[in-house]
Structures are given as structure tokens and as C-alpha cells.
Design a protein around this ligand. Structure first.
Ligand code: HEM
Length: 519
């Protein structure tokens, strides 16, 4: 995601550009306009083309992003752009932005056999330099298709993810213990500072226990040194990616960004390789002794697919990177929203207490059948779509979207944030209302109004695992604690740093509900 977002703002040869700019249309065009979108009823005999769209000039985009400070509030810019330029327009990077559920559906229904989100050279360059394999983010075309066929198994279907319920439950138990330790160490006896950081540790521990089949110790009082280096390496790689994308290649020898960016990747891969190699050794020993080889995800990749070790390195690293910030920030926003809505929290508490006996931990099957719990997460993802922006490039054919005809290789920017705040689809779009998603006879919103995990064959491979992690941990947090806001904190705002993150550390009070089962 980071590389994709950075791609949107790449400075090359003195100008901002998108690596896959729109081709010049071959079809007839009738003059351009920047005065606003034309309604579909204006559609006449000849198809309208990209030239007929309202467009944002490069200078205007630069002014807003750099001088008006929207570079870390790109989600807000989506809302402003929608008001200014309408539902479909050419953005400052020459891609076509869409911001309604209907247009999003039109684009995604045109997904090809091998859908593409666009250039990932920021990530592939490192892999090429070091001779490493590509993972699901960086691979394209038929190779991507074959890779996904292997990765999807044991991950994509709810039945596949359910098998990780036990592993995740153990991580949840350690997380609750840690929350207790932190709150009890606080001056008030119930305050947990910087909840997002704790949820980051939880998500990393959770995904690593599935992928590497090993525990990293992120939830221990002191994180082991190797794990801490790995966490720092991820942060380093992400924090220098924008600077690397924006600086010309010739500056790499004297500006510090490239070296630090590469050092971040080195740290990520060396940690992942060490764990993968250890696992490979264990599997090999079992194979040599003709013993049955059983295990979780990594064992499956090695023993049931034809993936090379190099490709496993590439895929595991990308799964890991995609799975931590997304899950942890979604949980952060969910807890923030629940702390502000005690009525919704009470309703959720009632559901979790009714459906599972209080002396038992919930199973994967149980949590995935809880309508209110699922609606709470779905609504949090609607209000804070952690990936606020996505993309598609239609490479094979020309395509008609919203009555406009586009040549092949047109890049589309999918404005997830503006779409999921569309007032026609979601009345009171800035109000937290999990009820919107209940299947209790009421009319449900257009499904393309909120697709936080993307869509189709290129959609999120980790969706079911992320959902399971979030349901299991939220269930046990709500059963154990009542969450209250910290009144000393100011209003929590949202920043777009590849994913949507809070603009300040979120502190919350975790008041023991007195059930006695975990506290
Ligand atoms: C709340 C949690 C998560 C959200 C909201 C999320 C969202 C997304 C989105 C929007 C995409 C792009 C899909 C598209 O283009 O249609 C994506 C792709 C991806 N996600 Fe997730 N994700 C989450 C968790 C995870 C987890 C836990 C993993 C790993 C286990 C993961 C692995 C991936 C990978 C590998 C891709 C690229 C797939 C491809 O290009 O074939 N994600 N995710």
C-alpha cells in the first residue's frame, strides 16, 4: 500500500507524474472543460472522452498538497475534490479519480483476469538489487495469478482462516494480560496510554504467529531485541519511502534517504529470512525422517506448493507488511469510536455476553456469527477506511465509465474515503451507526459504498484473517472492560500516512467490568 500511495506523488524529471499516465484517446473528443462534470443526460451521439472531463492542473494539485498541507490529509482532499470537480475528473497526476459507489462498481466490474493497481517499482527495485522474489503486491500478470492461487489457499476462505482461531486466541490472551499490566501500572489504575502502539504489537504478534508459526514476544513486558529491530526496520522503510519516491535517482549518492530506505528493507528481509530458514530446516528434518509434515501457513507453502524459497521470502515479507498497520489502525479507530458511544458499547457487550458462556473464550465459528460485532467493525471501516485510496489500470481494452470512453492503460484512482462518506448512500455519513449493516429487514447500503478490503480476484488476501483477529480481540476487550475516553485528550483527527492513522497518541481508560474471567 505504501508504495502504491507514494506512486501517486512521484517527482521525476522536474514534474509530478503518475507512472502510467492516460494514453491519448483515439476516439473523437469535443473540447475540454474544467467547469464541473456534465450530467449523464448531456450524453449525445458521440462518446465523451477523457478530454471532456474536468481536470486539476499540476500546479493546482501541488499548491494544495504542498502549500495547503494536504499531503498528510489526502482523504480530506478527496471530499473537497468531490465538491469542486464532481464525481469523475482528471486529477493532478493525470489519473481519473472517481468518488461514488456507482462509478467504483463500474470500474471494478471491468476488472481483468490479471487486475493491476499500477507501478510498484519502489518496492521491486530493492528485490531486483538483492535477487529476491516478488510477493503478491509486486507481481503482475500471469505470475501474480499463479502466486495468488497458491497464497489464497489456507487464507482466503472463512473456513481456512477459522483454523487459526486457536493460535489467535492465545495471542489475544497475552494481549489482555498486557492491557491489565499497563492499566494497573497507570496512576488511575485503568489508563492505557498510546493504545495504537499496543494494537500494533498485537497485530504483529498475531500475523507472525500465523505466518512464521512462531511467537515474536511483542506482548512481553520488554520486546526481544531482534523483534524490536524488525519493528524499527518496518518503520524506517515506510518513513523513507515517500522521500525516496520524491527524490531523483541521481541524488541517491549524497542524500541520506535511499540508504536508510534500503537499510529498512534489509532489516525486514533478514529477520523474515531467519525465521523462514529455521522453519525450513525443521520441515527438512521431518521429511528426511519420513515423518508427516504438518503445520500452519509457512509449512503449507513449503510442503504443498511449488514455490521457490526465494518466492516464499518475497511473499511472506509482503503479507507481513500488509497485515500489521491495517489491522491495528482499524482496531484503534474502532476502540476510539466505541469509547465515544457508550450506548453502542453496551449493545455490543450484551451480544458478546449472550452468545458465549462467560467462562469460555469464543471460537472462530462463534465470533463470525455475531451480527452486531461484525457491524461495529464494518462501520468503523466505513468511517475510517484504513486504505483510503486504491487504484486500477485497465490494460487490455478501452472502457466506458460514467458515460466517458477511456483508452486502454487508463489509470483510475478509487477514492475510498469519499465514497464511504457519500451522503446519498450513507445518510449522516459522519455518524457512527453500526445498525446500517444489520440484516434485520432494513434496506442495506449499496455494497460498493464501502469496500475496505478491495474487490475481486485482486482483493485483500488477508481479509478473513484480519476479520478473525479483529473479532476475537474486540470480543474479549468488550467482555472484560468498559472503555472510556481520556478527557484530557483533545479531539482525535485522522492523518493519511499510507493508511489512516490518528494524529496523536490515543489514551483510553479500560475499566474492569468485574466479570472476573480475564481481569
Ligand atoms: C483491516 C485489515 C485490512 C484491510 C482494511 C486491508 C485492505 C486491503 C486493500 C484495500 C487491498 C487492495 C485490494 C484491491 O486492490 O482490490 C489489500 C491488498 C492486500 N492485502 Fe490487505 N487489508 C487488511 C489486512 C491484511 C492482512 C492481515 C494481510 C495479510 C495476511 C493482508 C494482505 C494483503 C495483500 C498481500 C494484498 C495484495 C493482494 C494482491 O495484490 O494480490 N491484508 N488489502
Amino acid at each position: 500500500m505504501a508504495a502504491r500511495l507514494s506512486r501517486n506523488l512521484i517527482w521525476r524529471n522536474g514534474s509530478w507524474l503518475l507512472s502510467n499516465p492516460i494514453c491519448r484517446p483515439q476516439v473523437c473528443c469535443r473540447g475540454s472543460t474544467s467547469s464541473g462534470p456534465r450530467s449523464l443526460s448531456n450524453f449525445q451521439d458521440k462518446p465523451r472522452t477523457v478530454e471532456d472531463l474536468p481536470h486539476v492542473s499540476v500546479m493546482e494539485m501541488l499548491y494544495r498538497v504542498v502549500f495547503q498541507g494536504f499531503y498528510n490529509r489526502l482523504h480530506e482532499l478527496q471530499i473537497q475534490d468531490k465538491q469542486r470537480y464532481g464525481h469523475i475528473f482528471r486529477d493532478g497526476m493525470k489519473a481519473v479519480s472517481v468518488n461514488t459507489p456507482q462509478l467504483l462498481e463500474e470500474i471494478l466490474r471491468n476488472d481483468e483476469k490479471f487486475p493491476s493497481r499500477g507501478d510498484m517499482s519502489l518496492w521491486t527495485e530493492y528485490r531486483d538489487m538483492k535477487g529476491l522474489g516478488y510477493g503478491p503486491f509486486t507481481t503482475e500478470g500471469e505470475r501474480w495469478y499463479n502466486l495468488r492461487a497458491m497464497l489464497n489457499k489456507r487464507m482466503l476462505h472463512p473456513k481456512d482462516s477459522a483454523q487459526y482461531g486457536g493460535v489467535i486466541s492465545e495471542v489475544v490472551t497475552d494481549f489482555i494480560k498486557r492491557m491489565n499490566y499497563l492499566r494497573q501500572s497507570s496512576p488511575t489504575g485503568d489508563l492505557v496510554p498510546d493504545v495504537a502502539n499496543e494494537l500494533y504489537r498485537f497485530s504483529l504478534e498475531g500475523i507472525a504467529s500465523i505466518l512464521f508459526e512462531t511467537r515474536l514476544g511483542c506482548l512481553e513486558k520488554k520486546v526481544p531485541a531482534g523483534t524490536q529491530d524488525f519493528i524499527n526496520a518496518i518503520a524506517q522503510m515506510f518513513s523513507y519511502s515517500m522521500a525516496v519516491a520524491m527524490s531523483p535517482k541521481w541524488s541517491r549518492t549524497f542524500l541520506p534517504f535511499w540508504g536508510r530506505y534500503i537499510a529498512g528493507w534489509d532489516g525486514i528481509f533478514s529477520f523474515a529470512k531467519e525465521l523462514i530458514d529455521k522453519k525450513l530446516e525443521v520441515i527438512q528434518q521431518r521429511v528426511d525422517k519420513k515423518q508427516e509434515v504438518e503445520g500452519e501457513y509457512l509449512t503449507y507453502l513449503f510442503s504443498n506448493t511449488k514455490m521457490s524459497t526465494n518466492d516464499v521470502y518475497g511473499s511472506i515479507a509482503e503479507l507481513l507488511l500488509a497485515g500489521v498497520d491495517t489491522t491495528s489502525n482499524t482496531l484503534t479507530w474502532t476502540l476510539h469510536l466505541l469509547s465515544k458511544h457508550q450506548d453502542i458499547q453496551d449493545k455490543l457487550h450484551e451480544e458478546v455476553c449472550t452468545l458465549v458462556p462467560t467462562d469460555q473464550h469464543p471460537t472462530a465459528e462463534e465470533v463470525t456469527k455475531m451480527p452486531y460485532l461484525k457491524s461495529v467493525i464494518k462501520e468503523a471501516l466505513r468511517m475510517y477506511p484504513v486504505v483510503p485510496l486504491n487504484a486500477r489500470i485497465i490494460t487490455e481494452n478501452s472502457v466506458t465509465i460514467g458515460g466517458y470512453q477511456f483508452p486502454k492503460n487508463t489509470a483510475f484512482t478509487l477514492c475510498n474515503y469519499a465514497i464511504s462518506h457519500d451522503a446519498d448512500t450513507f445518510p449522516e455519513p459522519y455518524t457512527f451507526k453500526p445498525e446500517r449493516w444489520l440484516r434485520d429487514g432494513r434496506e442495506r447500503p449499496n455494497p460498493f459504498g464501502s469496500i475496505p478490503f478491495g474487490f475481486g480476484v485482486r482483493g485483500c488476501v488477508g481479509r478473513r484473517i484480519a476479520e478473525l483477529e479483529m473479532y476475537l480481540v474486540l470480543f474479549r476487550i468488550i467482555r472484560t472492560f468498559q472503555i472510556h475516553p481520556d478527557p484530557t485528550m483533545g479531539e482525535l483527527k485522522c492523518l493519511s500516512r499510507t493508511v489512516l492513522i490518528p494524529d496523536q497518541p490515543l489514551n483510553l481508560h479500560f475499566v474492569d467490568r468485574g466479570g472476573g474471567n480475564e481481569a
